[in-house]
Design a protein around this ligand. Sequence first.
Ligand code: XIL
Length: 404
Amino acid sequence: MFEKRALPRREVLYLGLSSLIGVIANLVNKTHEPSPPDPLPRQEGRIRGAIATRFGIRIAANAKVAESSLKARAATKGLIYGAASQYKTLSSNAAFTRRFLEECAILVPENELKWGAVRPSSDRFDFTQGDWLARFARKNGLLFRGHTLVWHAYLPDWFRETVNRQNAEQFLTNHIETVVKHYAGQIHSWDVVNEAIYPPDRQPNGLRKSPWLKFLGEDYIDLAFRVAAQADPQAILVYNDYDIDYDTREQEAKRKSVLKLLERLKAKKTPIHAIGLQAHLSAAETRFNPNKLRKFLEDISSMGLKIMVTEMDVADRELPYDYKIRDRRVAQVYEDYLSVVLDEPATIAVLTWGLSDRYTWLSKHRARPDKAPVRPLPLDRDLQPKLAWHSIASAFDSRSLTVF
Ligand code: XIL
């Protein structure tokens, strides 16, 4: 039987103090648009900041954020957190850049290292924007990722008329050698091959009918990794792909083909070190099966490969107009997915595909029919943390310390 009793004095004091802290925290954290209420345990960072203020401890202006930033929380658990961004954003929006540096430990150029950006013509390379981003990363102590060396998309216009069965190997090798050597020693990890599996194309081994497959056969994948490894022996070499997250027939088939590809590469001693899960998720998708994902990650890990979440975002296209409902669901998806992926000891990094809803490819690629601005990322358009930020923070915090 439960006995009704008064709360001990210590607890009353504690409750009183924490609501006072809550009020101060809210004042300190005025947001531009009304934020939905956050679940209490996730307010740790804010509360700590407020305590410092309340007792008059002088702290640097950004210490509150720095102390509890995503990168700091990730680092405590042996993880790297960061995001994709673009030259035009980081070179023009100082407030965004400041927030990027507060939250992120790694930067990946969203487009600037793709063929379409680096190859203005068949015999020229243009590294202007890539170099700017590499220097930005170096100057600010960020790790730097490379994305991507071999992909069927974002190819320059001249590619179609110029590259053929006879010269494809030369083009592939020369491109990888030149780009990887150019950034050698500065790169944390390279997405060497992007999106090579696509079972609906009905090719052997579930491979995508990309120009590279057409010209060179499946061996282009092994070749790409070998050339990259020679050009920069320090970089982590990654196979990166999407739609390997949900419990659907299509994604199950894709996971199977990806695993088989990785097994073939390992059997050939291809220098591959990690898989990149793009994790472009959809908030309306309910067919998430933690056990299936867990098993997939275990299979990858047992091949000796590391796991990186490389491009995470959560599209809210199919959700209702009310942004509070959307934010809650998007946050839930972040939490469900990351809690599984971070449970796997082989996972070493999480990157979101952008940091703020102001700059996301989904504004175009998954625009909402009602024209409401999309909200797929950790920060809102005014750089304020959303529930999704708190979900990521709490997923980092919850990672078991025995993991590494
Ligand atoms: C996207 C960029 O975000 C867009 O700006 C660009 O127009 C198209 O490419 N998978 C990938 C990324 O590997 O390179 C894509 O990036 C998103 C899907």
